[in-house]
Design a protein around this ligand. Structure first.
Ligand SMILES: Cc1ncc(C[n+]2csc(CCOP(=O)(O)OP(=O)(O)O)c2C)c(N)n1
Ligand code: SF4
Length: 296
């Protein structure tokens, strides 16, 4: 019989209201498998408030606090202080926010939490747009992607600006631990969360969360597309521990980014020149990451 490498306990219940194939739901599932049931999760306005709390029920078997859109980092610090006052030392405080709520509106609160050295884990699930309000571009939307605010028509070719590098912003705060994870690699995901749990201080997890309606693909393809994101180096897997970088999935030869882009309707308009530009940027970012790994 195959040996289970990730905990069997489920802390996300069935009957939630996510779309079929939702990567963000898998992020919460694997996160809680790694953290365990002594956790309090604070969630700002995003898809997950809708997924997790169809009134009068909850999809989580741990307490969940609904905070304001911009406040996740502050909410983590407040919950940690309250838990400490109550002597709840074994409780892990987790913030769980979307990319819009993190790289844009919540950036100041995240920076404050990291700078205060709050003992908590901030998880950003990255579906690369403001999905809950109808697929508007966020700072984390990749270059070239169609969204409702970066349309594809005679005047526009999708998003013009590159994806904001949240890991670099977080790394500049010298967190105790930071890691990228991907729902297509659950063992790596849960292992990193377990590691984060065991470390004290501010920790950050950047989780890729494919989104069928927002990325315009059929819902059964979530894992296949997630794998391609990492295997083309679009979304590399690595961790930063005390400032030291370690790449956790390195390929001999990465697949071409074209293989990833062609799986999703949001990139369907891109021509050969635009794909080549994206490939060049991915190659440059990968080279930089390899260089960072050699710095100690
Ligand atoms: C201050 C404020 N502005 C706008 C909103 C409306 N709003 C609710 S959810 C949301 C989108 C959230 O996007 P993201 O953080 O990327 O999470 P996702 O919806 O993609 O899961 C917005 C704009 C709000 N709740 N509060
Ligand atoms: S819109 Fe995307 S992130 Fe939101 S529930 Fe649906 S699949 Fe999940």
């Amino acid at each position: 019989m195959a040996r289970l490498t990730i905990p069997a306990e489920e802390l996300v219940r069935s009957g939630h209201s996510a779309c079929p194939g939702c990567g963000a739901t898998l992020v919460m599932r694997y996160l809680l498998k790694g953290v365990g049931n002594r956790a309090i999760v604070t969630v700002p306005a995003c898809c997950w408030t809708v997924i997790g709390t169809p009134f009068p029920t909850t999809a989580l078997d741990v307490p969940m606090l609904d905070c304001a859109f911009e406040a996740t980092g502050a909410s983590i610090s407040g919950l940690r202080a309250a838990a400490d006052q109550l002597g709840l030392k074994d409780v892990t405080i987790v913030g769980f926010a979307g990319d819009g709520g993190t790289v844009d509106i919540g950036l100041q609160a995240l920076s404050g939490m990291l700078e205060r050295r709050t003992d908590g884990i901030y998880v950003m699930y990255d579906n690369e747009a403001y999905m809950n309000t109808g697929v508007q571009r966020s700072g984390a939307t990749p270059e070239g992607a169609w969204t409702t605010t970066t349309p594809v028509d005679e005047f526009s070719r999708g998003k013009l600006e590159p994806k904001k590098d949240i890991m670099a912003i977080v790394a500049a705060h010298r967190p105790a631990y930071a890691a990228t994870v991907n729902v297509a690699f659950p063992e790596d995901f849960v292992k990193k969360v377990q590691k984060a749990k065991a470390i004290k201080g501010p920790r950050f997890v950047h989780a890729l969360a494919p989104c069928p309606p927002g990325w315009r693909y059929s819902s059964e393809k979530t894992i296949e597309i997630g794998r391609l994101a990492t295997d083309t180096n679009m979304f590399p897997l690595y961790e930063i521990e005390d400032g030291v970088y370690r790449i956790t999935r390195k390929l001999g030869v990465a697949k071409p980014v074209r293989d990833y882009l062609k799986t999703q309707g949001r990139f369907a308009h891109l021509g050969e020149t635009e794909v080549a530009q994206i490939q060049a940027e991915v190659d440059a970012r990968w080279k930089r990451l390899l260089a960072l790994e050699t710095l100690v």
